[in-house]
Each structure stands twice: as structure tokens, then as C-alpha cells.
Write a protein of this length. Structure first.
Length: 109
């Protein structure tokens, strides 16, 4: 620790400067709560959709198309961000396409 009065380096925890005898005690006082000055940032706006979730829901839609259909509708209805709308469209159209393929394969159309 450096003395603010004369600039001499002193050992950490020293009460007084070894050169000018300036009281360093006030500089050594630490708050009892070490987290009192921490800043926590909270993202309240747009959140991104990870690639894992994006393609995971799409892959799950191959086996259960209603997953993509429901998630697509939810993401489109939220109106939070353009990215979420695009992902919602991907899931919705992807699941609808998979449903059409399943109906064509089964011969029920």
C-alpha cells in the first residue's frame, strides 16, 4: 500500500506510514459486507435463443410435431424480439412441414 501523503510504499495492513507517520488506518478499513458494492446487471429486454434450443426443438418436432407447433405459436405471440419471431416461425413451419410429410406417408390425406 502506498501512502497518500508522501507516496512511500508500506506493507499491507500497516496503521501508519513508515516514512511520514501518516495514519493509514482509514485506508485499511474494509466494509463488513464484501458484496455491498457489487453491480448486478439484469437483462430485461431481448434475450437470445441459443442454437442448442433452436435446433433441439426442431429435432424434437421430428418425433413429436406438436412441440414445434406449440413453441412456435408461443414465440410468435410473445412479440419480444425479431430473433424470437424468426425462431418461432422456424419451429412453426418446420413442425407443419413434418406433419404434412407424416400425413403423406400414412396415406390419410
Amino acid at each position: 500500500m502506498f501512502c497518500p501523503e508522501c507516496g512511500t510504499e508500506n506493507p499491507d495492513g500497516a496503521r501508519f506510514c513508515g516514512n511520514c507517520r501518516y495514519e493509514l488506518n482509514a485506508l485499511n478499513e474494509t466494509p463488513t459486507d464484501n458484496h455491498s458494492n457489487d453491480v448486478i446487471e439484469v437483462d430485461q429486454g431481448e434475450s437470445t435463443v441459443t442454437d442448442g434450443m433452436k435446433y433441439g426443438i426442431l429435432a424434437a418436432s421430428v418425433f413429436i410435431p406438436f412441440i414445434g407447433l406449440i413453441m412456435g405459436i408461443i414465440y410468435l405471440a410473445q412479440n419480444e424480439s425479431e430473433e424470437k419471431k424468426e425462431v418461432g416461425k422456424l419451429w412453426l413451419y418446420g413442425s407443419l412441414g413434418i406433419m404434412v410429410v407424416y400425413f403423406l406417408i400414412s396415406g390419410d390425406l
